[in-house]
Design a protein around this ligand. Structure first.
Ligand code: ATP
Length: 242
């Protein structure tokens, strides 16, 4: 589904992606959840934004369903994206924002189910600027999941969520996977990744350092859980990259 070759991106003198190669295949019958991991500043968001066309790479190729995406925009209609920080217009109400996004993207929506699931009914007439961080994140999640798309990209989706909302988020992610969707997730919450991901992609020094299943990353580092596996990778590579 996604094929990236030799991707380079610099911001000023900071070289973030240094010839990154990555292939993600979706198994159309059962879908798949791929976790993009890496230390702070390793380029996870830059990679995601490159796939979305929000960051223009300096060099390299990105193909979605065998089609080159660079300098195109139509393909984005088939991606649902949850940004790490949602900068909502503070003077709009939740209801107005939902309507605005629906008008921008004329596709069928399931917003009413998500409003019920996340208990957003009492907040529909409230201004976005007055919402708590967790409630804003629930609105962010609603806007992401209300459309039906083949590829779903979630940048730190668990931020600010209470335990019930986290369970609801996990439920809707798994439902999308069962529908055959490909879901890319970045998260620093290793227990969440361990529970949800089918595959791990680990970014380090501008490239993919590891790609494989949870079992494989634990086996290759000889660790019992993902948190320790990641710590082991970082400890052994620290001397090399610092
Ligand atoms: N628009 C930008 N202008 C300048 N520098 C940027 C820009 N976007 C990202 N960077 C820099 O690129 C590097 C990678 O940032 P990025 O947000 O992709 O990392 P990340 O792996 O998602 O980090 P985190 O885990 O902290 O969210 C950082 O050094 C960041 O400061």
């Amino acid at each position: 589904m996604i094929k990236i070759k030799n991707l380079h991106k610099k911001f000023g003198k900071v070289e973030v992606l240094k010839g990154l190669d990555l292939s993600i295949h979706s198994n159309t019958s059962s879908g798949g959840i791929v976790a993009v991991l890496g230390p702070n500043g390793s380029g996870k968001t830059t990679l995601i934004k490159s796939i979305l066309g929000m960051v223009i790479p300096d060099k390299g190729e990105i193909k979605l369903q065998d089609k080159n995406i660079l300098k195109k925009h139509q393909y984005r209609n088939n991606i649902n994206y949850l940004p790490q920080i949602a900068n909502f217009p503070s003077n709009l109400s939740v209801k107005e924002l939902i309507k605005m996004v629906k008008d921008l993207r004329p596709k069928p929506t399931t917003d009413n189910n998500l409003i019920d699931l996340f208990g957003l009914l009492p907040f529909l007439d409230k201004k976005l600027g007055n919402l708590s961080g967790g409630t804003k994140q629930k609105v962010n999640i609603l806007l992401t999941f209300m459309f039906d798309s083949e590829l779903i990209i979630l940048d730190e989706p668990t931020t600010g969520l209470d335990p019930i909302s986290l369970l609801n988020l996990k439920k809707i992610i798994l439902e999308e996977k069962q529908k055959g969707k490909t879901i890319l997730i970045t998260s620093h919450i290793m227990s969440f990744v361990e529970e949800m991901a089918d595959e791990i992609v680990f970014l380090l020094d501008g490239k993919i350092y590891f790609k494989g299943t949870l079992v494989e990353i634990k086996q290759s580092t000889n660790q019992k859980d993902l948190e320790h596996a990641i710590a082991a990778i970082l400890t052994t590579t620290n001397s090399k990259f610092n």
